[in-house]
Design a protein around this ligand. Structure first.
Ligand code: F6R
Length: 608
């Protein structure tokens, strides 16, 4: 939820820390701060709000120390004020923290009884004072951290520096990701490899319960029993990804535009284009034929991609799918048949609820397959099989290209299941693969309509509520459309299965309500036309997204029409994601909202 970084540098470290925080800002942007060792003490600069406020402050309060830690916050405990901003510090130690310390109340009481005065409302400060207390007793930072860590419960990653110890930094991981990076006479600590990419491509990911003691030329890893352990160095590959906006105004716009390319890249990973077959790069440790049903679990947009995939698994592989949001799945004690298959979908691979759902499914004897965009993430590492989406880093908080790459990978998986179960013939597989191969080009066509979509979005931005309707795979896409609009424009929106309209939401319809109808010309198109009749009869403003312009035959005239290229409807939801995303994007831009960093949100939700 927050981003942490630490640098043992050979020059002033603060500029590098800020550079790194820029790459972590997607994790939270309520406040930011840096602490550096200066003149044997700890100096801090912290600022409320986005990183640019901190950067401004650092211009007049430059930090010159070579040893520094930094933080960008998504507030959990305490308001996003400067007092609550990290790093927190005593005279002896400074800390940055991502995650939640669950037993902070009891620890705070214990420390307060001993006379400790807290200066923030954060849970983080208890970790700081625990280490400080041990440091006063033991006079040794490594021993102090070793003594304090077992007292902390929760899911977190921590970074510490110590006054008077220029060549020392300690990082700890329990439930939230942390990587050590290796430079030339420099060492780094960061929430992800992307944050360290400007400085190094060589990293070690800490394992659960690990903590690491860094100096400029060495690192020692300990496990949760404080035994010294070996952890492998690896190439992160993060340097290959640029994280600038290119010619685009926002990351979200860039990421929407990149979709033909990254969907194509993902397809190339899973398809033998020549033979027209799905070719999964990793063998599955189970027999598709032995499965009666599968479970899919995810959060938010990732869950909507799973809902769309449900239609594909059921249609192509005759495999029943149970799908649930992870925050419900993890607690509803779902009975799962031993040796079943549970699929988890996550862009970040770190979402706390999804990870907890995965662990539950593992305990229930499920084979775990994860569809993730970050192959080094915790969810990926705890899975039996990883199905990577090759979207590249997604920086905009609203998920776009990760979503369509999830759909692409899941479509391939469903076809593979259909073939393995003998439901799809070779010819049927080839037809579906041919349709999938056409998707990137269709997305290019859909993107060409951006200008027209922008006009529609400007009009829609005047509304206070918007309704999205769809059937089949376009029903979950309607839910996704409503989520996208809400999260970046703050316009209230709802998604419904078009057939549900008359069971309640029809009461909302009047002349002021835009109703976005996602209606490819498929077998159930006429059913959706009937729903449009119901909307039109009540004066609703229909915005039709379709590849079929024949509404006049039904005596209907939509308020606006976003024309889509003709395609086989099986995979229309992937292509129709483009106008859905662009509508939300342009409505938010028209309203002057912060599209890439919407209020109250963060990209990676590593707390429950
Ligand atoms: C919405 C969005 C969120 C995420 C959700 C899960 O645009 O991005 O709804 O989809 O928080 O995140 P991941 O996929 O990282 O598990």
């Amino acid at each position: 939820m927050c981003g942490i970084v630490g640098i043992l540098a050979t020059e002033a470290a603060a500029p590098q820390v800020v550079e790194s925080l820029k790459r972590l800002e997607y994790r939270g942007y309520d406040s930011a701060g840096v602490a550096a060792l200066e003149d044997g003490g700890i100096a801090r600069v912290r600022a409320e709000g986005k990183l640019k406020n901190l950067t401004q402050k650092l211009q007049s309060h430059a930090l010159l120390g070579h040893t520094a830690i930094g933080h960008t916050r998504w507030a959990t405990h305490g308001k996003p004020t400067e007092d609550n901003a990290h790093p927190h510090a005593t005279d002896r130690v400074a800390i940055v923290h991502n995650g939640i310390i669950e037993n902070f109340r009891e620890l705070r009481l214990e420390l307060e009884k001993e006379g400790v005065i807290f200066s923030s409302e954060t849970d983080t400060e208890v970790a700081l004072h625990l280490v400080d207390r041990e440091l006063r007793k033991l006079k040794d930072p490594v021993k102090a951290v070793a003594a304090a860590l077992p007292r902390l419960k929760g899911a977190f990653a921590l970074g510490f520096i110590f006054s008077g110890f220029e060549d020392l930094m300690i990082g700890a991981r329990q439930g939230a990701p942390l990587a050590v990076g290796y430079g030339e006479g420099e060492m780094y600590l960061g929430s992800d490899a992307l944050a360290l990419a400007p400085f190094t491509d060589t990293v070690t990911y800490l394992e659960e319960g690990d903590w690491a003691v860094l100096s400029r030329n060495d690192v020692i890893f300990y496990d949760r029993t404080n035994a010294v352990v070996k952890r492998t160095k690896q190439k992160s590959g993060a340097g290959a990804y640029s994280i600038d906006k290119g010619n685009h105004r926002h990351f979200m716009a860039k990421e929407i535009a990149e979709q033909p390319e990254v969907v194509g890249r993902t397809l190339a990973h899973y398809l033998d284009m020549g033979l027209g077959e799905v070719r999964l790069p990793t063998p599955m440790p189970f027999d598709w034929k032995s499965l009666d049903r599968i479970t899919i679990t995810a959060c938010g947009t990732a869950c909507f991609s799973g809902m769309i995939a449900k239609y594909w698994f059921e249609r192509f592989a005759r495999l029943a799918v149970d799908i649930d949001v992870a925050s419900e799945f993890r607690y509803r004690e779902a009975p799962l048949q031993k040796n079943g298959l549970a699929i988890f979908i996550s862009q970040s691979g770190e979402t706390a609820d999804t990870l907890a759902g995965l662990r539950y499914a593992k305990e229930q004897g499920q084979h775990i397959v994860s569809v993730v965009n970050v192959p080094t993430s915790t969810i990926a590492r705890e899975s039996d099989v990883v199905i990577p989406t090759l979207a590249g880093p997604e920086i905009g908080v609203a998920s776009t290209k990760a979503f369509t790459c999830q759909l692409t990978a899941l479509a391939c998986l469903a076809i593979a299941a259909g073939r393995a179960r003998g439901v799809l013939s070779e010819t049927q597989e080839r037809r579906l693969v041919t349709d999938l191969i056409a998707v990137p080009a269709l997305m290019v066509e859909a993107l060409k309509g951006e200008h027209a979509i922008e006009q529609v979005a400007h009009d829609m931005a005047k509304a206070t509520d918007v309704l999205y309707l769809g059937r089949g795979t376009n029903f979950p896409l309607a839910l996704e459309g409503a989520l996208k609009l809400k999260e970046i424009s703050y316009i209230h929106a709802e998604g419904y299965a078009a057939g549900e309209l008359k069971h309640g939401p029809i009461a909302l319809i009047d002349e002021s309500l835009p109703v976005i109808v996602l209606a490819p010309h498929d077998a159930i198109y006429e059913k959706t036309v009937s729903n449009m009749q119901e909307v039109a009869a009540r004066g609703g403003r229909i915005i039709l997204i379709s590849d079929h312009a024949g509404l006049s035959e039904a005596g209907l005239k939509p308020h606006a029409m976003i024309e889509m290229p003709k395609q086989n409807p099986d995979f229309a939801a992937i292509v129709y994601s483009v106008p859905v995303q662009l509508l939300a994007y342009h409505a938010a831009v028209a309203l002057g909202k912060d599209v890439d960093q919407p209020r109250n949100l963060a990209k990676s939700v590593t707390v429950e």
